[in-house]
Write a protein that binds this ligand. Structure first.
Ligand SMILES: C[C@@](CO)(OP(=O)(O)O)[C@H](O)COP(=O)(O)OP(=O)(O)OC[C@H]1O[C@@H](n2ccc(N)nc2=O)[C@H](O)[C@@H]1O
Ligand SMILES: Nc1ncnc2c1ncn2[C@@H]1O[C@H](COP(=O)(O)OP(=O)(O)O)[C@@H](O)[C@H]1O
Length: 293
């Protein structure tokens, strides 16, 4: 069984406050993009999970979110057979694109199908939040408003057709540290999430792009100016807007024209500012638990 684990960007990201358990209340607009890792899953007679990946530096034991997700379901349902999982990573690691979370989401969907556990998408999402705040969304996919710690999801209409340029500098930002370093009292004007939702409902790409904002961005750019440089380059080269995704450091630019995006991608590659440059578009899901479409 082959599954695609799709990456996300945050068209808008606001943090409202800190909860007693240390997690933060968020309000974010999530969007799946056409960039994915591949999971190849097969049953084995020998019990247990054997995970292999093409990246030597990511763990293949319980620390890998794929392992965690598969183990959680297999233990709950007393699955006696085993699983062999081959994970091919394309989504940059620790990039703010939910690579690990999406791999976990694909594992939930894959194990459910492989062993005929009969869980609905909702039942999978209830379990998924135990692996990570973004994992339920990665099962849902498409365009959504995420609230709570990211697990309270409301589907939104598809966003207008557009092109997405990804630029990730060769630095790593820890999500936990990004949340810890966020000075909630110091936030002047919060991102206009309601305005963004309105623009999406009106199918207005230009209004949508102009309202895209990430509350983490100013603080992280102060620490890593290269993120600001990538943003500026994308906007100079025709992006309607370029914004950091999640806790960073990836920047995405939204374009209304594929050729313009391709030219911007060439400039970004030439500049040497980004380690990963990837030109793609948004992905709108078309119903059902379709993690392999
Ligand atoms: C910032 C966002 C935006 O989409 O994405 P990424 O940058 O990870 O892609 C998410 O909120 C990341 O969600 P996710 O990566 O699933 O978080 P988790 O693994 O559950 O948590 C990692 C750490 O982030 C902090 N955390 C996460 C989510 C949240 N709502 N509040 C938090 O404070 C916690 O300190 C937690 O220990
Ligand atoms: N399947 C996975 N893919 C990538 N990283 C993983 C995975 N499972 C666990 N990790 C660990 O999680 C950390 C961040 O993962 P990732 O999901 O790529 O970040 P982000 O949420 O910022 O997109 C990495 O340090 C990595 O070691």
């Amino acid at each position: 069984m082959r599954l695609k684990a799709m990456a996300k960007i945050n068209l808008g990201l606001d943090v409202l406050g800190k909860r007693e358990d240390g997690y933060h209340e968020v309000r974010m607009i999530m969007q799946t993009i056409r960039m994915y890792d591949i999971l190849d899953i097969r049953k084995t007679r020998r019990p247990g999970i054997v995970l292999t990946t093409n990246l030597p530096f990511i763990p293949t034991d319980q620390r890998n979110l794929v392992y965690k997700a598969a183990q959680m379901l297999m233990e709950e349902f007393d699955v006696e057979e085993g699983l062999s999982i081959k994970l091919r990573k394309i989504i940059p690691v620790a990039a703010g694109m939910a690579g690990g979370s999406s791999d976990a989401a694909a594992a939930f969907v894959g194990v459910n199908r492989m062993f005929h556990l009969g869980l609905t998408e909702e039942q999978l999402m209830e379990r998924a939040v135990k692996v990570g705040a973004d994992v339920p969304y990665c099962i849902m996919r498409g365009t959504a408003l995420a609230e709570g710690i990211g697990e309270k999801l409301t589907r939104l209409p598809e966003v207008p057709k557009c092109y997405v340029l990804i630029g990730k500098p060769g630095i790593n930002v820890s999500t936990k540290t990004a949340y810890e370093n966020l000075n909630l009292e110091g936030i002047g004007k919060h991102p206009d999430i309601d305005g963004l939702i309105g623009a999406i409902r009106n199918n207005d790409l230009y209004a949508m792009a102009s309202r895209m904002e990430n509350v983490f961005e100013p603080g992280i750019i102060r620490q890593y100016p290269v993120i600001g440089n990538i943003k500026n380059l994308m906007e100079e080269k025709g992006a309607l807007k370029a914004v950091m995704s999640g806790s960073g450091p990836t920047v995405f630019g939204i374009f209304d024209n594929r050729d313009k995006m391709a030219a911007a991608a060439r400039s970004l590659r030439k500049s040497g500012l980004a380690k990963t440059v990837f030109a793609t578009d948004i992905y709108n899901r078309d119903g059902g638990v379709t993690n392999d479409k």
